[in-house]
Ligand binder design. Sequence first.
Ligand code: THU
Length: 140
Amino acid sequence: MTEQQKKQLIREALLARENSYSPYSGYRVGAALLAEDGRIFRGCNIENAAYTPTNCAERTAVFKAVSEGCRTFQAIAVVGGKEEKPSGDYAYPCGVCRQVLREFVEVSQFVVICARSEEDYREWTLGELLPESFGPAQLA
Ligand code: THU
């Protein structure tokens, strides 16, 4: 991925965050998932009064893509933080979202970008964030 592609993905995640529905935690998250074919799927966290039905931003993006027939991905950018503040810290994908991503990607290739801004971000492969993971091959 080029530097420009990473910055664009972060911009998309920041836009996705604007739609965050998070009245209970006040923690607003946006994600942008880059498909192999160049399409970008945005997702935000969507909370619920019953709490447990809450969906994370990353899973919203994955489920949007998969439900549109897209299952091959290159990278995801994630931004988050309390309320309207620009992210004070990096927002890391939770364990459940790492596992959901793992279902559809090659963990040594797929890139996870956690950003505070277009200029300030960290990146890993999914394999680094979810080592020794359980996946489809175990059930084949
Ligand atoms: N959240 C995400 O959207 N992604 C994560 O990976 C971690 C947590 C959301 C869920 C909930 O709406 C809020 O952040 C606080 O947990």
